[in-house]
Design a protein around this ligand. Structure first.
Ligand code: ACO
Length: 311
């Protein structure tokens, strides 16, 4: 009966075994994974835009090479993740269509602008640092193809994070104006990076079940705290100030306390009202339309190959 299947499934997961594409799984497990993996993929694809914005204006050839490599990695992560979602029976065309129509979610963080070069440093340091915090535990997520994809993704994210921190270091040790640029970028990205971990645990509708199924290995709040604890000394090393007057070490908890977060802003960004939501979606749609000839050419080529093989 389905009840005993559910039970065996949970026992399997509790024993830290992986679920593979051909294994039986509850429909809700499949749907949850498709939701999370496709949102993750969309985030990587949209995440190319804020930084792509600076490729032509990178301050040196070395910086430009590193930035191009990073943005290209993100495209790779997106494709990798779409493939992982496909192993669950999701259709790539449907996922792409949902992104283009605005139906699908992608990470709130990519709806913020990058007005200066220092934002590229701040994104690498903070956003990729947050991504690592969130994604290293996903290397142990219960669904095999997702877990394995995360291993490579995390290695690349760690290069991205160092790339960003090194930019911040150069600016922080530069002229007073450069240090100021770094501080302003940090001020812009700190709160959005904390929001990126998702709603507080008591307002996170998916967490309980996803933790039980070991899709998520830590709660949103735990990961957020881990990120704060990790980042405070890094900011101190740079000689920059985190923009939160309530941030302070709590000896009793063994963690940093931090101020209340603007969850109304988070909700607004999710509803499409962040500073760059429209721009991101318009650009993604335009790029997709501009790429139509590539898809047509690839299909025509595939047809020709098929015809040739048949002959
Ligand atoms: N931006 C946009 N939407 C978010 C965000 C965010 N930062 N955080 C949570 N949400 C959405 C969830 O997708 C969910 O929406 P849905 O139910 O309509 O799908 C809703 O808010 C409620 O949140 P939760 O119940 O906490 O959702 P979930 O359990 O999926 O946790 C989380 C969210 C932590 C982002 C999880 O999906 C996850 O770990 N995903 C994998 C990592 C990832 O996608 N990272 C993207 C950015 S990293 C990068 O690309 C560099």
């Amino acid at each position: 009966t389905p009840v005993s299947l559910d039970r065996r499934f949970q026992d399997w997961i509790d024993a830290e075994r992986k679920i593979e594409p051909r294994d039986w799984m509850p429909e809700a497990y499949r749907r949850t994974l498709i939701r999370q993996i496709s949102q993750h993929a969309h985030s990587e694809i949209i995440g190319m835009q804020p930084e792509g914005n600076w490729i032509t204006r990178a301050p040196s050839l070395r910086r430009k090479v590193a930035l191009i490599a990073k943005v290209q990695d993100e495209a790779g992560h997106g494709l990798y993740l779409y493939s992982a979602a496909e192993t669950l029976g999701a259709s790539r065309d449907d996922m792409v269509a949902d992104l283009l129509s605005g139906k699908a979610k992608y990470s709130s963080i990519f709806n913020y602008p990058t007005p200066s070069w220092a934002d590229i440093g701040a994104i690498g340091w903070l956003v990729d640092g947050a991504a690592i915090c969130n994604q290293v535990p996903l290397c142990r997520t219960s669904y095999g193809p997702y877990a394995r994809a995360m291993v490579r993704v995390c290695k690349e994210e760690s290069f991205h994070q160092r790339q960003g921190y090194e930019i911040m270091m150069a600016l922080a040790q530069g002229t007073p104006e450069q240090k100021q640029m770094a501080q302003e970028a940090l001020n812009r990205w700190w709160i959005p990076s904390l929001l990126m971990f998702g709603p507080p645990d008591d307002q996170s509708p998916n967490s309980a079940q996803s933790m039980k199924w070991k899709i998520k290995r830590h709660s949103n709040d735990d990961l957020r705290q881990r990120f704060v604890d990790m980042t405070v000394p890094q900011a101190e090393f740079l000689g920059l100030t985190l923009p939160d007057p309530d941030l302070k070490w709590n000896e009793e908890r063994g963690h940093y306390d931090f101020g209340a977060l603007p969850w109304d802003e988070f909700q607004a960004v999710l509803k499409g009202h962040g500073p760059c939501n429209r721009q991101r979606m318009a650009f993604r749609n335009k790029t997709f339309a501009d790429g139509a000839w590539v898809r047509e050419a690839a299909s025509a080529y595939a047809e020709k190959q098929k015809a040739r093989q048949a002959a």
